[in-house]
Design a protein around this ligand. Structure first.
Ligand SMILES: Cc1ncc(COP(=O)(O)O)c(C=O)c1O
Length: 505
């Protein structure tokens, strides 16, 4: 195999040795066409004349002559220190005109996505920009990323890479990297009261994939799914994408209202719940409600999807086991994520699946994306095994509790009469109630224009019962940012309040 010039891709040129056209001319025209139609982009490196002559099985002179002509006409340029590149100064119009011409539809044929694809793409989700980049007050769902021990993570990654060998780069278990599954099972048993064996743990690319996978395995189109109202938009989207029919079940101070669920859809196929810390209201589902829900599932044959997305962050001294630990009927699919407790770009989470349905999950998983990157899973396994996970979690628990306090105090000071922000036993955001009559979407829009991100509760709600509250993420913000954010929010909300009072008097 000839060695290729570093960084040069092969060129898609074919030469016809039987043609009347000289080979140099054919090569010149072939490369020129690649440049003009945009296949060989400005600035990319071309293979050396030696490599190209070997690949095309022509004399080196043929290639040298073709390259000389291309260089003379400004298509390519020789670089000091060797190598030839497509000219960066190629007039754009030349290349773009050729590309545009090629993109013209050839005839009356139109191509479109499937109805399913178009329907999924049309599902309402949060604005992506709310999730990216700097942490603006009061962006939802991100932790204190600047506090994450990135140096430790980098060190563990380097160590893994230094010892990489053929044994680590083959396909792995579909369920995920075994030492990571063992570590997660041990953690869940001890910290969350989850009853599981490592074989039941499936590593996924975050909760979103857990929801997608569970929907594929458990739901048929038009199956009814009990969905918390208000509820998590990511789960809503995953169930709708699977063609499920959402049955909105109200959430009160005890959690999901199971009696209301039974009234609305007694034969629902699945119930989606966030019992530890309901998203977005933050209530904890009582033991009585958990039992009611499990009894209904046992009677009706339904599944329960327990999304335990941020239960690590509880600030009271009352530990709260997961509902999965109460399940005696193998009906709970338990899911957790490292997005909150470590960082969201990690894209790792897990499912704990009853052994009765495990094989189906794994077979479906194989046809979805096989398994997440083994290297990343291995680094995470080391991070947990060496105690960094626990240490980070302990630090963040203290920090977020302080930050929640800071938000509550700051809100009492700056937002009195404008937004009532109550503390919560856990989580990374608080709910702020607007005065009656103030529309949360209008308040959210006004805040956005003022540089503040506050999600309106109604975005997560069906119907009008949860119309006037704002969600305030605080975990990623320093006390200073929280204070500045609440002051700024006050200036946004003040003009809206009198109007509302007027309407209601
Ligand atoms: C209720 C709920 N579940 C799960 C997640 C985490 O999703 P993922 O693991 O896909 O990042 C979030 C993030 O906002 C959430 O709010």
């Amino acid at each position: 195999m000839p060695r290729r010039t570093a960084g040069a891709f092969p060129l898609l040129v074919t030469l016809d040795t039987d043609a009347d056209v000289p080979l140099t001319q054919q090569l010149y025209e072939g490369v020129r066409k690649l440049i003009l139609n945009g296949h060989a982009l400005a600035g990319i490196r071309l293979p050396s004349t030696r490599v190209l002559s070997a690949e095309l099985r022509v004399s080196r002179n043929t290639v040298v002559n073709a390259f000389e002509r291309l260089a003379a006409e400004g298509y390519i340029e020789a670089k000091a220190g060797g190598g030839t590149r497509v000219s960066r100064t190629l007039p754009d119009t030349m290349a773009h005109a050729a590309v545009a011409a090629r993109r013209q539809p050839a005839g009356p044929v139109t191509r479109r996505p499937s109805h399913r694809g178009a329907a999924i793409a049309g599902i309402r989700t949060r604005r992506w920009s709310d999730r990216l980049g700097e942490v603006r007050p009061f962006r939802l769902g991100v932790g204190a990323l600047s506090e994450f021990p990135v140096k430790t993570w980098a060190r563990l990654s380097r160590r893994r890479l230094a010892h990489i060998g053929a044994a680590n780069i083959d396909y792995d278990e579909i369920a995920g990297y075994t030492p990571l599954r063992q570590a997660i099972a041990a953690y869940l048993r001890s910290a969350r009261g989850v009853v599981c064996d490592p074989s039941q743990v499936i590593i996924v690319n975050g909760s979103q994939q857990a929801l997608d996978l569970a929907s594929r395995v458990l739901l048929d189109p038009d199956d009814a799914v009990w969905f918390e109202n208000p509820g998590y938009d990511g789960a809503r989207g995953a169930f709708l994408a699977a063609g499920a029919r959402l049955v909105h079940v109200p959430v009160d101070d005890h959690g999901l209202d199971v009696v209301a669920g039974i009234e609305r859809a007694p034969a629902a196929r699945l119930a989606y719940v966030t019992p530890s810390h309901q998203f977005p209201l933050g209530v904890t589902m009582t033991l009585a409600r958990r039992r009611e829900l499990l009894q209904w599932a046992a009677r009706s044959g339904a599944w329960i999807f327990e999304d335990d997305y941020d239960s690590e962050f509880r600030y009271t001294h009352r530990p709260l086991p997961a509902m999965q630990g109460l399940d005696t009927n193998d009906c709970v699919i338990y899911s957790g994520s490292f997005s909150k407790v470590l960082f969201p770009a990690l894209r790792l989470g897990y499912l704990v699946v009853p052994s009765t349905i495990l094989d189906t999950f794994l077979r479906v998983r194989f046809l979805t994306d096989v398994h997440p990157s083994t290297m990343t899973q291995a680094v995470l396994a080391d991070f947990i095994a060496e105690g960094h996970f626990e240490r980070h979690l302990r630090r963040m628990r203290l920090l977020y509790a302080e930050r929640q306090d800071a938000l509550v105090r700051s809100a009492r000071h700056h937002l009195a009469g404008l937004l009532t922000v109550e503390p919560s036993e856990g989580g990374m955001h608080l709910v702020g109630h607007l005065p009656a009559g103030v529309d949360d979407r209008e308040a959210s829009r006004a805040a956005r224009a003022n540089g503040i991100v506050v999600a309106p509760l109604s975005f997560f709600s069906e119907g009008r019962q949860h119309r006037n509250a704002l969600l305030l993420g605080y975990a990623g913000l320093t006390a200073g940012q929280i204070a500045a954010g609440t002051k700024r929010l006050a200036t946004t909300l003040r003009p809206l309040a009198p109007r509302a009072n007027g309407t209601h008097r």
